[in-house]
Each structure stands twice: as C-alpha cells, then as structure tokens.
Design a protein around this ligand. Structure first.
Ligand SMILES: [Fe+2]
Length: 531
C-alpha cells in the first residue's frame, strides 16, 4: 500500500452530539442507510416511529411499502467494472407484504433478496421475495397473519405451527444454495441464479437439531466449514444454545449444547481457530411483554453482560462466563485467539442501541448511550477464576455499526475492517448519518474514509478479494448508496478496498430504489457456475 494514496483521517473529537448519536444508533438498528433523513434527524431522541423506516427503501416521503420485484438487464454503469470482479453480490432486508401493525418494529417484514450479477464488465439486477411458509400464507390470505415481531401468541389462528421466519436478515451460499437467514428459524434455501425458493425450511438434510439457525454463521478460514448456532434452540424462550459445524459438502461434523445465563438477543457470535465466544446482554426475553402482545425483547437494566468462551470441538462443558457491566453488542467485526487470550472486535454501545426496542422500566431512549463504536473485548483464559472481560474502544470519535471484514479471515487474526458511519467531523456528522464507509487498520490504528457526499446514505459494505490468493484487504468494497435527493434511487458502488478515499471505480446506476438491506454477501464466479 502506498501511503500517498491514503488520506488518513484522525479520529474526531468524541463530543456529545445527540443527533449524531441518534443517527448512528438508528443506523445500526436498521441497517439503516434506507432510513429517511427526516426520521434520522428528527432530534426527538426517540428515532423514527416503529415501522416507518425500513420498508421505505430510502425515499424520504415514499409510500409505506415497496414490494417491487425486479429484473433489469445490463444496468447502466458509470466508470468501468474491474475485469477480475465476476460473481454475484446478494443483499437481503425486510420489505413487508402489508403495512406493519402499530407497535411492531422495523426488523419485521418479509425477506426480499436482491442480486447484482456481475460478469465480464456487465451487471444484471434481480430481486425476489423469499417465498417461504409465512410469505405464501399471507399471500393466500391477502393480509398480515404474523402481526408482531417474534410473538406467536398474537398470530392468526390459521398459521399456528407454521414457520414464522421472515428470512430477512442475512444470506450466505452453502452447497448450491443461497440461504436466507432469520435467527428464530431454520434457513430458507434459494436457487443462486433464479432466486427461486426451493426449500422454505432447510434443515441440512435433517441434521439440524436446533429449532433455529443464526443469521451470522462464520466460515472457517482453513476448512471452509460453516460454524453456526441456534439460540432458543429447544423452543420459544428456551435458554438452550446448539452450536455446530457443517462441511462445504453439507455434513454436520460437530455439535455441542450449552445454556446461557439468561435468554437474550444472541444475534452474532465469534469463532476463532480455537474458541467460540458468545455475548449475553440485557436486551432480554420478556415474557410479560409478550403476553401483552408486544415484541420479544426489552432492555432490562442491571442484568449485566456475560462474555462466554468455550473451546471448539469439545462438548461445551468447558464454557466459562466472564461477567461485565451493562452494554450492548450486536455484531462482530472479527475475532482471534492468541494462546489463552481471546479477542473479539464488536460494535458496542452503552445500552440499547435500538430506539424502537422497549425498556422494561419504561425509560425513554437516549441516543448518546445508544451509539455504537468499534470496541475490542478480550479475556484471559489462563486465569483460574472467571473475572471481568476487558473493553477497549478502538477508534474514539467514530460511531457506526454493521462492521465487516475480509470474510476469509472469519476465524483468523485479521488487520482490516469496514463500517458505515457518519463523518467524524463534528460539524458534519449530525447532518449526514451513514454518509461514509470507514476502513480501519488495526495494525496502525488508522481510519481511512470514503465520504459519499451530501444527499447520500450508505448501506453495509462488503469486501470482495481480487482473487482467492490475494492478501487480506486487497480487492473491492461493494455496497449500495441511496440517493435521497433522487427519490431514494439506488446505486451500487464499487471501490478499490485499499483506497476507498478515492471514491468509486464504478457506479452501477439502478433506475429505481434498491430493496432494503440488512446484510449482504458475495459469491465468486466459480461457486456460481459450479451449481
Ligand atoms: Fe446482523
């Protein structure tokens, strides 16, 4: 890397700007580039009204629903698609079939998958809903049948026993399938090229014992195996977690069962070459709220956090929990083991990062406490009695969520990470939430910034290596930009991942809004054509 190409941005001052913090936290909450600027910048401290955001596809004053399934051939491109960039960029997010009920939250809504198929310098765009049990039942009924986020007690009686999966959170490829993931259910399997739903409840040929499957499996850096888990694994509200490893050929080669100290949003986890790490936090299962017809979770102040570490390949009985103060951490950037020390880099906020998630004590949401920063958690397993885990903010002044890394390093020591964020400049940051992608170099502790400019918000970005053997971070950064001043029209931006400050190499210009996104995934050409 030549330093002349790098405009190193020093961390901005960590001043307390309530609107910035609110924007940052909402950004995390919703995957949020799609949030209307008016909602993000309302200054109310409470964020957008529940259900008023994700489905709008980025249009500041657009309709409540989007629902447009698209096939666009040879999308217009500014610049030149790199010759070595061939494959497909997939995205998924909630796009409700029907308007969300009052009190529901933007995490609900049916999964809509989009694909940018990139080959030989051309790009085709295709989107399809995940046609799983829930989608088909509602389509047949012509109305919403699952009215509240992860609360089956208020479902329409006609869907009792049916999978409640929205399949709206993340997607990965496995064998010859694209798996659409929602953490309360098994995946839905789709055809990689047609996006047809072929297995609405994919259980890995019956090997999946857990009732659920995480939205954040990891790919073992050495074997290519999927390491994944399911929480509430033996039923709704259960404290059982099932962890397992599946080969690229689809054989489950290891599993273990553990229990968590209390049932919380176990959205992501960390896997190293030696260890598996969970983080239990006070966004916890709320049985009383569920009985009242509310959502699955509430922020339950004072429950504390538990950083749990166990060895891979064992039976889980070595699991140790390190206690800590109330904090929230939803996503992992990367993790590694160094002897008996484990390190996990996460997005972390002081408390509930989601303005629409209720507080058990009735508190109003505070955007300052809800803002996330990239934070390193660590624990020393050589100590005999469990003690606190350590907390270190890596880049003070940068606030953002939805971190990613070069996914070839999921289970290895890594150096580079990426995250959507507002500009760290205090004068700029409150006005333009999620206007930037930051590239963090953990070796130098320097940040490099791509600023998308006024009127644009950015979704999560993903890294694509130039080729299979390219060094870490050598390749492209891909993500969708929402043009707020053009009715929320979407552009796919392709950047040189080593020089993101130079802006896009190519811009793929959709004539319409992109469907909402929480997470995205890249599948290289050889894995597409072998299907
Ligand atoms: Fe996620």
């Amino acid at each position: 890397m030549s330093s002349k190409h790098h405009q190193l941005v020093s961390a901005g001052e960590p001043g307390m700007d309530r609107r910035l913090f609110m924007s940052s936290a909402i950004g995390m909450a919703a995957g949020a580039a799609m949030l209307p600027a008016s909602a993000q910048d309302s200054g109310s401290g409470l964020g957008p009204p529940p259900g008023a955001s994700l489905q709008m596809g980025g249009a500041p004053n657009g309709p409540k629903l989007f629902r447009v399934e698209s096939d666009i051939k040879d999308v217009e491109v500014d610049g030149k698609i790199p010759e070595d960039l061939n494959g497909a960029f997939y995205r998924v997010g909630p796009d409700p079939q029907y308007p969300l009920r009052p009190g529901n939250i933007p995490f609900d809504g049916e999964g809509h998958v989009s694909m940018f198929r990139i080959k030989n310098g051309r790009v085709d765009y295709k989107t399809r809903f995940v046609r799983n049990d829930r989608y088909l039942a509602q389509e047949k009924a012509g109305r919403i049948l699952f009215p509240m986020y992860r609360n089956p007690t208020v479902d329409d009686p006609s869907v009792k026993g049916l999978s409640r999966s929205t399949a709206n959170t993340h997607i990965i490829n496995h064998r010859n399938y694209l798996l659409a993931l929602k953490e309360d259910s098994p995946p839905a399997a789709m055809n990689l090229l047609t996006l047809e739903t072929v297995h609405p409840n994919y259980t890995f040929d019956g090997q999946l014992k857990s009732a659920t499957f995480t939205a954040h499996p990891k790919v073992d850096s050495d074997t290519g195996d999927i390491v994944a888990f399911g929480y509430e694994a033996t039923g709704f509200g259960s404290n059982d977690v099932n962890i397992f490893q599946i080969t690229p050929q689809g054989k489950m080669v290891w599993e273990a069962w553990i229990k968590v100290p209390y049932v919380s949003l176990l959205h992501d986890f960390a896997v190293t070459d030696k260890h598996i790490i969970f983080y239990v936090m006070p966004l916890a299962f709320d049985e009383e709220q569920i009985k009242r017809g509310g959502v699955h979770w509430s922020w339950q102040k004072g429950k504390g956090t538990y950083f749990g570490v166990m060895r891979r390949g064992g039976d889980g009985k070595d699991l140790r929990w390190f206690k800590g103060p109330d904090r929230s951490s939803t996503h992992v950037m990367g993790a590694f083991s160094d002897g008996e020390r484990v390190y996990v880099d996460v997005e972390m906020s002081e408390y509930n990062p989601f303005p629409f998630m209720p507080f058990a004590d009735g508190s109003k949401w505070d955007p300052v406490k809800g803002a996330s920063q990239i934070t390193r958690l660590s624990a020393d397993l050589s100590k005999k009695s469990p003690r606190d885990y350590k907390i270190e903010v890596l880049y003070p002044g940068y606030f953002g969520a939805l971190p990613r890394q070069d996914d070839r390093y999921n289970t290895k020591p890594y150096r580079i990470g990426y995250v959507p964020c507002p500009h760290p400049n205090p004068a700029d940051r409150s006005k333009r939430p999620n206007a930037c992608w930051a590239r963090f170099d953990h070796q130098t502790r320097k940040a490099t910034l791509f600023d998308a400019g006024p009127g644009t918000t950015l979704y999560e970005a993903i890294f694509v290596p130039k080729n299979k053997t390219a060094p870490e971070g050598v390749g492209y950064l891909l993500g969708v930009a929402t043009r707020q001043n053009e009715g929320g029209r979407g552009d796919l931006l392709i950047l040189d991942a080593e020089h993101i400050e130079e802006g896009p190499i190519a811009t793929v210009k959709l004539p319409i809004r992109a469907v909402p996104q929480i997470h995205g995934w890249w599948v290289p050409e050889d894995q597409l054509t072998s299907t």
